[in-house]
Structure formats: structure tokens, C-alpha cells
Design a protein around this ligand. Structure first.
Ligand SMILES: [Zn+2]
Length: 90
């Protein structure tokens, strides 16, 4: 199976599991650690969708949302500054 298809399947599986019984981010990470490591991906902390490790802990959508909320910036105009702003749950 192609890598992308496997990532997608894992994403669907996690979404399905989460519908049946909501898990915390840590529980999901633990449960799927082997596969996540094998595919070299991570999960978004907010929406639990598979994301590339280089994306950090949040998907693009959440990062955009945080940026707009925290900084009152227009993501488009400040696209270049984006990678320098780190986001924390604390
Ligand atoms: Zn997300």
C-alpha cells in the first residue's frame, strides 16, 4: 500500500475510534505510536488528524486559527513570519 493511503487509512481509523469513544491526545499517540513512527508522522493536538513531523504539533488549519486569534494578524499578509511564531498549549 502506498504511504499516503496508509496515512489516510490511519487517519480514518483514528477518527472512527474517536467517534466511538473519545480518547485524549496522549492515549491516541500511545495507541498508534508504532504506526505513527513507521509512517514518520504525528497527530494534530486539536483535530487528531495525521500531520507531517515537520509541522510540529498542529495542522495548518489550527496554526492559522491560533495566529489570527493570538496576534490579530492576517495569515496571508504575514505568511513569512509564520514559521517563527511558536505555539504552546500552556
Ligand atoms: Zn488540526
Amino acid at each position: 500500500m502506498a504511504m499516503r493511503a496508509m496515512v489516510q487509512e490511519l487517519g480514518n481509523q483514528i477518527a472512527q475510534e474517536n467517534l466511538n469513544r473519545p480518547l485524549t491526545y496522549e492515549q491516541l499517540m500511545n495507541r498508534h505510536r508504532d504506526q505513527l513512527t513507521k509512517l514518520n508522522i504525528s497527530l494534530c493536538r486539536e483535530c487528531f488528524i495525521p500531520i507531517g513531523k515537520e509541522e510540529g504539533e498542529h495542522c495548518n488549519e489550527v496554526r492559522k486559527h491560533y495566529l489570527v486569534r493570538l496576534r490579530g494578524l492576517q495569515p496571508k499578509r504575514h505568511a513569512k513570519a509564520r514559521k517563527h511564531i511558536s505555539i504552546s498549549d500552556e
